[in-house]
Design a protein around this ligand. Structure first.
Ligand code: ADP
Ligand code: MG
Length: 696
């Protein structure tokens, strides 16, 4: 089995300048379009096509359209002064003129002799009712009609790159496309009627008509599939790498779980039951769990996490729950402690703040196996933190983790089951693209009995009204969040808008009533401000988006978000999810500055009209495109040249299943099809996954 890029691919990875007609200038222009090798040209498909089928006349053809007609040359009218050189010709029905600026007269006389017939092709224009074609693209004797492609592909271009040069370079690159063995599933190929890879490349660059340019055209669909397949293959390899046999199964007997369920004053939702069953089922298998629990804010992920942690304890081991911040770790611990107590399981917290003898005692208890559940920040990964028998690690709210980080995490303990929890509703296509290496549990059902949040869009000019309402609500004992965007007042003095609003609201509502929390405060002051809000000592909490994730204060029923138009949709949804957690009717006010752009208005209106995080995410994706989604943009989402995540979700699912199936039957990619897959991974530069395959 070869270790490096297959030699058959070398010509596709050579310098661009090895292609005819490509010099340093063209290479530079192509680099602007992220094209640096012939391979990149192959994957740059035409975006449209020019119809050059011959027609009898230009009569009735609108200005601006490309036409190809047979004409007879009538007369030449050479340039006079600064005017152009004009040649009058006639087709089957009408006369038109061909126009050149600064021409070579001898050349034109040879090209279009009076009385002769020629085929011409170019963009038709009309001036004062007169049809003309300036600088025709083609002028040919009738015998050479066949050299004009009836449908000419049009490529994306950039400054310093003409269509002719681009086309020539692409044609040369396509000629280099080697025959490669088939890597896709033969059954799938047959079912979809897809050509082989090389034929697909040839066809995609030589469309016959507009239909061939559609993403649904077999050649283009196949190439999109290849891209998705290569990426899913990488994820599948990463997944297989994570799920190495751990040599034992965590068999939970449900004893502790049922004690807790009996003590709850509510019944788990169907979605929670399903997720719990999927997780405990996975943990019972003798291979490592590697699963994503996805659930919108308020969907009840915490209970699912607790059940998983208890399963770890039931099977004689320990579990750890890791939160991204100190605040969240403590909040999780507070929520879980009473339930752990019901089950008779010792639960402790460990964060970076713990030190001295208390910490030492806790570590000793952990190493002795006396602590069943540890809740903490990433401090739990410090070297001196030793578990007696860690069976499950849960990572909360790590929606900005890419595949690479997940691989890192796996190295911390290669026998530990891993559950990642995210509250970011991700459209299914993105979830597959981003987390295709993980198994997915989705909480798609909210606990019953919640009254919907009343949302409204309010212009910033009504700030005084908003504050007046808030004063009334505070008098009634209600609690509110007031979220401000981060702004820098000046370069020298970075100031958080929240601080200014904090002062205003304190003046308006009373000193002791208003608290402040933002990211630039020291963490003990942040915690103090949070604690005062949780206890009800303060009733209004002015904050930045630090409260975006996880914070749970059921009595808080009002959310005000200033300059809502500056936040991402997903973020606004997360923020709003901080209210609506208790029995009382909650309100969310999206304050905005006028004038609001059309897009901003559409986005905020969508948010006002639905609380369904998945719908918001889908529409956000449709409105803005995959690359732009906040939070997802930085998350290592793959960039595809041909495939389109928004419209090709089905194809992505097939690719995922195909990749996993191949890896199941051929874990080392050693079969003929496995070898072919290796070539695809090299071709599409997904070869990093190959390094993870077990050798031999
Ligand atoms: P999130 O998924 O946002 O982390 P939580 O786990 O914090 O959601 O749950 C939100 C609230 O819903 C909590 O107060 C929790 O006690 C409550 N809850 C969870 N599951 C249920 C259920 N099945 N029925 C009723 N309330 C529930
Ligand atoms: Mg939570």
């Amino acid at each position: 089995m070869s270790g490096g890029r297959p030699p058959v691919l070398f010509p596709l990875f050579a310098e661009l300048e090895t292609l005819p007609g490509v010099g340093p200038k063209t290479a530079q222009a192509l680099a602007q379009m992220h094209i640096s090798r012939p391979r990149d040209l192959l994957l740059t498909l035409p975006t449209s096509g020019t119809d050059r089928r011959t027609r009898p006349t230009v009569q009735g053809v609108p200005s601006g359209q490309t036409v190809t007609v047979q004409v007879t040359v009538l007369r030449h009218q050479p340039s006079s002064g600064r005017g152009p050189y004009r040649i009058y010709v006639e087709d089957a029905q009408t006369t038109l003129s061909l126009v050149w600026f600064r021409p070579n007269r001898g050349y034109l006389e040879k090209l279009l002799p009076v009385g002769e017939e020629r085929l011409i092709s170019g963009k038709l224009e009309r001036y004062d009712g007169q049809a003309q074609i300036a600088h025709p693209d083609h002028v040919l004797p009738l015998g050479e009609v066949a050299t004009i492609p009836p449908f000419e592909p049009v490529y994306p271009l950039t400054a310093g790159l003409t269509g002719k040069t681009m086309t020539k370079a692409v044609v040369a690159a396509v000629e280099r496309a080697p025959d490669l063995p088939e890597w896709a599933d033969p059954g799938l190929i047959a079912k979809r009627g897809w050509p082989g890879w090389k034929a697909a490349i040839q066809k995609a660059h030589a469309p016959d008509n507009a239909a061939d340019l559609s993403a649904l055209a077999p050649a283009r669909e196949r190439l999109a599939y290849d891209e998705l397949l290569a990426h899913q293959m990488t994820l599948a390899v990463a997944r297989a790498h994570q799920r190495v046999p751990k040599g034992r199964a965590s068999q939970a007997d449900g004893r502790l779980q049922s004690m807790v369920l009996a003590a709850l004053e509510f019944a788990p939702t169907g979605a929670q039951r399903r997720a719990i069953a999927e997780i405990t089922g996975d943990m019972a298998e003798p291979r490592r769990m590697y699963r994503l629990l996805q659930g919108d804010v308020g969907s009840g992920k915490t209970l699912v996490a607790l059940m998983a942690l208890l399963a770890a304890v039931e099977s004689g081991g320990q579990g750890v729950l890791m939160a991204p911040t100190e605040i969240l770790a403590r909040q999780h611990a507070e929520a879980l402690a009473p339930l752990a107590e019901v089950a008779g399981v010792r639960l402790e917290v460990l964060t970076g703040r713990d030190s001295g003898t208390a910490r030492a005692a806790r570590l000793a208890a952990l190493a002795a196996g006396e602590i069943g559940i540890l809740v903490g920040t990433h401090a739990v990964f410090q070297a001196d933190v030793q578990f007696a028998d860690l069976r499950l690690a849960i990572i909360d709210e790590q929606h900005r983790f890419g595949v690479r980080q997940r691989l890192e995490l796996g190295r911390k303990g290669d026998k530990t089951d891993v559950l990642v929890m995210t509250a970011t509703p991700i459209p299914r296509s993105l979830a597959l693209a981003q987390y295709g290496d993980m198994d997915l549990s989705v909480l798609d059902e909210k606990p019953p009995g919640r009254s919907p949040i009343k949302s409204a869009l309010v212009g910033a000019d009504r700030l005084d009204d908003v504050i007046a309402h808030l004063r009334k609500a505070v008098a009634e004992g209600r609690q509110a969040y007031w979220v401000c965007p981060l702004v820098e007042e000046s370069e020298a003095v970075p100031m958080v808008a929240a601080e200014a609003r904090f002062r205003d609201l304190r003046a308006a509502l009373g000193e002791g009533v208003v608290g402040l929390v933002h990211g630039q405060m020291p963490s003990d002051r942040k915690d103090e401000a949070m604690a005062q809000f949780v206890s009800g000592e303060t009733q209004v909490l002015v904050a930045t988006t630090v409260i975006e994730v996880g914070v749970n204060v059921p009595n808080a029923s009002i959310m005000v978000i200033e300059q809502a138009e500056t936040f991402g949709l997903a973020q606004l949804h997360q923020l709003r999810g901080r209210v609506g957690r208790g029995a009382v009717q909650s309100t969310c006010l999206f304050l905005y500055h006028t004038p609001l752009s059309e897009t901003a208005k559409r986005r905020l209106t969508l948010l006002r009209d639905t609380e369904d995080g998945f719908r918001i995410a889908e529409e956000d994706l449709a409105m803005r495109g995959a690359g732009d989604m906040i939070g997802i943009a930085q998350s290592g989402l793959p960039h595809f040249r041909i495939a389109d995540l928004e419209s090709q979700t089905k194809l992505l699912e097939i690719a995922r299943d195909d990749a996993r199936a191949l890896l199941n039957t051929d874990p080392d990619l050693a079969s003929p099809r496995g070898e072919a897959m290796r070539a695809l991974l090299w071709l599409l530069e997904q070869d990093k996954a190959l390094g993870l395959l077990r050798v031999g």
